[in-house]
Each structure stands twice: as structure tokens, then as C-alpha cells.
Design a binder for this molecule. Structure first.
Ligand code: NAG
Ligand code: NAG
Ligand code: NAG
Length: 213
């Protein structure tokens, strides 16, 4: 009888510890780097992420097809607007945005690749326990890999298969929960005067390559 109770407890612990798909905190700030398999694109960005208001700010320096670029973009997914902000001369471009908002999350039907320690488990503070997940992207027929911290569901790395770039790898770091300066998620006053540009709607990826200018 006692053996059975112990067994049941062990099982309960096992079930409790099995990693589950999770959603990252709705308000996050930090930095990320993006690089692509075909070497067309490399970028380093500071990001602010607001899943509640479906808003993202990206300030980055990068290289697209061997040309370096700087970009400061505010994406308002609900309104379908991307603002390209030029703070130095207080001008702004307003461009239609066609992407839907995708929260940072492990999809419910993702498959667990495994649990691992990034860094080392030999001493305190040397390692980070992570869960890696993978699955298919039905819209593109590609695959994704997504790694999050086992505690807190903080994004660590993501890799997505795309037609244009091959694998697109994103590394997240210096993440903090919350948004230190919420005003960064509102367009500056000089942006409100900008007319909507008469161009084809852009998708989220356009943030990472300056095809205009
Ligand atoms: C970028 O530069 C490298 C080395 O100069 C060259 O081999 C490569 O073809 C260039 N790539 C593009 C997309 O222009
Ligand atoms: C402001 O700066 C941006 C980016 O450098 C440039 O494309 C734009 O033409 C400038 N606008 C004006 C009015 O000078
Ligand atoms: C996983 O779920 C998404 C939507 O949540 C769906 O579009 C996709 O087809 C599912 N993938 C598989 C392999 O079931």
C-alpha cells in the first residue's frame, strides 16, 4: 500500500515536471540578434514587446546584402501601421503593415525536443535550464525551433525556416519583464503628421531589411 502511494507521488512529480508549451510574459524588453542561413541579413536590435496592446518597437543596426543600415520602427499590429522613426531629423514614415500579431509562445501542438542546460550545471549562476520545442509552420511549410527558459518561459533562441533567407536564427538576451519606458510604444508627435505612404503593405520581416532608400 505504502509502495503504491510512493509510486503515485513519484508519478505526480513526473507529470508536474514534464515541460508544457507556454506563453512568454506579455510585457518584455531586451535585446536580440538575428542572422540568416544565406548570410543576407544580420542585425542587432533592442526590442520592446507588448502582447496586450499588440505593439513592438525595434531599434536596430544591421547589414542587409552587405549594406549596413540603422532602423527604428514601431509596429502597431491592431492598427496595421508601421512607423519608421527618424529621431535625428524628427521625421517619420507611416507604412501599412499586413502581418498579424504573433505572441511569443510555444504553440500548443509543438513537440518537445528536450530539456537542457545552457552554460554549466556545475555551479550556481553558471547555467540556465531551458526547454526546446519544434514544429511545422503550416503557412510556409517550414519548420521552427523555439527555446525558452524552463522557468518563466523567457525566449532564448528561435529558428524559423523561410523561403527568402533559409533558416532565420534569433537570439534573445538581457530580457527583463516589463516595459521601463511605455512612451516608447506610442508614436512621437511628429509621426502623427505623417501621411500613410502609398506603398504595398509590408510584413514583419521588412523591419529587418531596408529595401527602400
Ligand atoms: C557580400 O560580400 C561578400 C564578400 O565581399 C561577397 O562574397 C558576397 O557575395 C556579398 N553578398 C552580397 C549579397 O552582395
Ligand atoms: C530624415 O532622415 C531620414 C533617414 O536618414 C531620411 O531618409 C529622410 O530623407 C530625412 N528627412 C528629411 C526631411 O530630411
Ligand atoms: C498546430 O496548430 C496550428 C494552429 O494553432 C495549426 O495551424 C497547425 O496546423 C498545427 N500543426 C500541426 C502539425 O498539427
Amino acid at each position: 500500500m505504502r509502495a503504491l502511494v510512493v509510486l503515485a507521488c513519484l508519478l505526480a512529480v513526473c507529470v508536474a515536471q514534464r515541460p508544457r508549451p507556454c506563453r512568454s510574459p506579455p510585457l518584455l524588453s531586451g535585446a536580440l540578434s538575428v542572422s540568416t542561413q544565406n548570410e543576407k541579413l544580420w542585425t542587432y536590435a533592442k526590442y520592446i514587446y507588448d502582447a496586450l496592446g499588440q505593439r513592438v518597437r525595434i531599434r536596430e543596426i544591421g547589414s542587409y546584402q552587405n549594406q549596413t543600415f540603422k532602423q527604428d520602427a514601431l509596429l502597431l499590429f491592431r492598427q496595421g501601421i508601421l512607423y519608421e522613426i527618424h529621431d535625428h531629423n524628427r521625421t517619420c514614415k507611416r507604412v501599412p503593415l499586413k502581418s498579424d500579431f504573433h505572441p511569443l509562445e510555444v504553440p500548443r501542438n509543438a513537440s518537445l525536443l528536450g530539456q537542457a542546460v545552457v552554460g554549466s550545471s556545475s555551479g550556481p549562476g553558471q547555467g540556465l535550464l531551458i526547454n526546446s520545442w519544434y514544429g511545422d509552420i503550416p503557412q510556409t511549410g517550414g519548420k521552427y525551433l523555439f527555446t525558452v527558459s524552463a522557468f518563466g518561459c523567457i525566449p532564448v533562441t528561435a529558428a524559423v525556416q523561410t523561403k527568402e533567407f533559409g533558416w532565420v536564427a534569433t537570439n534573445y538576451f538581457n530580457n527583463v519583464i516589463g516595459i521601463p519606458d511605455p512612451s516608447m510604444l506610442n508614436p512621437p508627435d511628429y509621426c502623427l503628421r505623417a501621411d500613410m505612404e502609398d506603398v504595398e503593405p509590408v510584413d514583419f520581416f521588412s523591419v529587418f531589411h531596408k529595401n527602400n532608400e
